[in-house]
Design a protein around this ligand. Structure first.
Ligand code: SF4
Length: 704
């Protein structure tokens, strides 16, 4: 197959036993460098590259088993066309020629009526710049399809950073090893940021104190010196309480505040409203714990020692996620922690990656058109809408790639109803027959990371990586790029950009009119390149904000009629506000899954065993629930059934529906997103997966 596919002019697939350098494609801050051992054209092992400092030769359990995924017996190996009712999962094989021809014909017919009735749906199934939004974006831009607001993961936190620090920027992760105090805030690092955890271990050996702030007593929280189990959605209140204590104890770097921040008098006034007793009431933690945390943070300033915060995206999937991120991001400027390379904070480093998105995605192909923008979080509602002046045309076609919305989008009862529409034309590019693929009219087999070219930035370190194909595409699988090139050809489009091969697209990613920002030859030689980011980027201020300062007060937010200062924004569904649904539910990922990826890898699913709801002993006792009891978890949006696990990981009043199980592999063909809502965050139009009230009861009905 490869000879007819424009993957690369210089691709040479391994014949004897060789190691091929690649990059992990998954949505994880670590972006590891991979070494794939290939023997006679077969990938036999995937390991961490020991030459890449951020990887250090170590991969997580999930990706160590990547060959199991690429050669999975249930891999889709040829194009499939639906033969049964929607959702029945009944398909028959068809040729690529027939599949692409029929899909192009259907899209052309819809586009002639209104191209905005066609909607792309994609996210971070691969983080690769080429196999995500390069040729695909060109295709949809030329078509004039609806645009997709891709905000389902990190948008609130990202916007919070932009409004405070000026971009998705922060500390270099390696310097956490030198910090004296590390706050791990909203992150189960051992499960989802493993390589950062290595730096924490180093700091711990050097005597640093490690504190975890998380509603759940995670594997990470267990290994820290202290765990602060606050209620979900109250992180901004805790950050404001810390500011209160920094102010009243004068643990403040006045010179840094004076020279490098904006809005201090206003923030000071706001923070003084948050004494530890008020914080304790909102967060559900002892006031003394708030004081003690502030003392630890403030003493680093007093002693001239670096304090570092590793924030992760868990805490921003609530109504006030943007404000919470802003509040936390203000802390290092108050104590001048940014003066040290081991001080400050890190949520995301992706703002440092010099991607030329315009060259990759070619928005000029829109040719002046401005299609409507649909938010991916509200796909459940949007698929059920009719045409209207406000909404525009009813959605007639959905092209899904790098995503599994039937399992991962909120309020999945509505998502399923929408996907089940017989009048909806759905194409899914996939490796496996996921919950979403079950509803496709066509499933097109996509290559895995071992089979295609790509380039990657990272959001947890400041290296960029190249992924070379290690093996030929399995079966008739094709890279996403090739599939969209094929569709473009059948649409009759002749623009030269639709002929770019994948290696050209890789080179385009970091090219700029004034010169390449990354030496592509270095990527070809080593597999990675380190970006020239300063060690202590904000030691002298120079934040990438409009003012050049850390913006405690954001004039940009105020100009939009929003609060210019960070504040505690209560959850849409705040604990204690519903008699019917008294428990707050969060849905963090099960340790051996990554969102909905890997759920079908048997060896990993066997470790997780089955969907579980963690519940505190008091809440379980009050409901007659013990470990192993099948429970019904429900709210106004629906219900799902799982096994209960009475667990010290849960605090009273909060339950954990670990995710994200494929619906068809859970009980009754549902999963936790049956209960989550389509509400949005305060900033960034993000999701509120962890802002969800439920009730739990023992269920004696037999599992189906
Ligand atoms: S999922 Fe994360 S830790 Fe695992 S290999 Fe990929 S980048 Fe590394």
């Amino acid at each position: 197959m490869t000879s007819s596919i424009r993957i690369s002019p210089s691709v040479s697939l391994a014949k004897a036993s060789v190691k091929v350098r690649g990059a992990c494609p998954h949505d994880c801050p670590d972006t590891c460098s991979l070494l794939t051992t290939v023997e006679d054209g077969v990938a036999v092992k995937v390991q961490g590259n020991p030459e890449h400092p951020q990887t250090g030769g170590v991969l997580c359990t999930k990706v160590s088993r990547y060959t199991e995924r690429s050669y999975h017996p249930e891999r889709i190996l040829q194009p499939l066309k639906r033969v049964g009712p929607k959702g029945s999962g009944q398909f028959e094989p068809v040729s690529w020629n027939a599949a692409l021809g029929e899909i192009a014909g259907r899209l052309q017919a819809i586009a002639q009526r209104n191209s905005e009735a066609i909607v792309p749906y994609s996210y971070a199934g691969t983080m690769g710049l080429v196999q995500s939004e390069s040729m695909a974006a060109r295709f949809f831009n030329k078509l004039g399809a609806s645009l997709l607001e891709r905000t389902i993961c990190s948008a609130a936190g990202g916007e919070g950073l932009v409004q405070t620090l000026g971009g998705k920027v922060g500390m270099k992760v390696e310097f956490f090893a030198e910090a004296r105090l590390i706050l791990i805030w909203g992150s189960n690092s051992i499960a989802s940021n493993l390589h950062f955890w290595r730096y924490v271990q180093e700091a711990k050996r050097q005597g640093a104190k490690i504190i975890c702030i998380d509603p759940r007593k995670t594997e990470t929280a267990e290994k820290c010196h202290e765990h602060i189990a606050l209620r979900p959605g109250t992180d901004a209140a805790l950050a404001l309480g810390l500011m209160h204590e920094l102010i009243v104890n004068n643990w403040l770097d006045h010179a840094y505040i004076e020279n490098h921040t904006v809005g201090w008098p206003l923030l000071r006034e706001r923070a003084l409203l948050w004494n530890p007793e008020r914080v304790a009431e909102v967060c559900g933690v002892p006031a003394e714990q708030v004081r003690s945390l502030a003392r630890d943070y403030g003493q680093c300033f007093v002693n001239g020692e670096p304090a570092a915060i590793r924030l992760n995206y868990g805490m921003q999937r609530v109504h006030g996620g943007g404000n919470a991120t802003r509040a936390v991001a203000c802390l290092p400027a108050l104590t001048g922690a940014w003066r040290y390379r081991a001080g400050g904070m890190l949520l995301s480093s992706s703002g440092s990656v010099p991607v030329n998105r315009a060259a990759l995605q070619r928005p000029d192909l829109l040719a002046g058109r401005q299609p409507r923008l649909l938010n991916m979080i509200s796909i459940g509602d949007d698929l059920l809408r009719d045409s209207s002046a406000a909404f525009g045309p009813k959605i007639e076609a959905l092209i899904v790639y790098n995503s599994n919305p039937v399992a991962v989008a909120p309020e999945s009862g509505k998502v399923v109803q929408g996907f089940a529409r017989e009048d909806l034309f759905t194409v899914v590019l996939e490796h496996f027959q996921t919950d979403t693929a079950d509803y496709a009219d066509f499933i097109l087999p996509a290559t895995t990371q071992l089979e295609h070219w790509d380039v990657h930035g990272a959001y947890g370190h400041t290296d960029v990586l190249l992924n070379r194909p290690a093996i030929a595409p399995v079966g008739q699988a094709r890279p996403n790029t090739e599939i969209f090139r094929g569709l473009a050809a059948r649409m009759g489009w002749t623009e030269p950009c639709f002929a770019d091969d994948d290696e050209t697209l890789c080179r385009t990613a970091f090219s700029h009119p004034d010169g390449d920002r990354v030496d592509f030859n270095e990527l070809l030689d080593k597999g990675f390149a380190t970006l020239p980011v300063p060690d202590a980027p904000f030691a002298e201020g120079r934040f990438p904000t409009p003012s050049g300062k850390c913006e405690f007060f954001s004039a940009r937010l105020a100009a939009q009629g929003l609060d210019g200062l960070p504040d505690h924004v209560p959850n849409h569904e705040a604990a204690g506000t519903s008699v019917s649904f008294p428990l707050a539910m969060i849905s963090p990922p099960a340790r051996n899954f990554l969102n909905s990826s890997f759920v079908n890898v048997k060896s990993l699913r066997d470790i997780e065993s089955e969907p579980v709801l963690e519940i505190h002993a008091d809440d379980a006792l009050a409901r007659g629930i013990s470990t192993g009891t099948v429970v019904k978890v429900f709210n106004q949006r629906g219900d799902y059934r799982v096994k209960a696990e009475v667990s010290a990981r849960a605090r009273p009043g909060v339950v954990h529906g670990l995710g994200i199980w494929w619906r068809k592999l859970g009980m009754d063909g549902t999963n936790v997103n049956q209960l989550t809502s389509q509400h949005l965050t305060d900033l960034g139009h993000g999701p509120v997966f962890y802002d969800c009230l439920v009730e739990v009861q023992a269920d004696t009905a037999p599992a189906s």
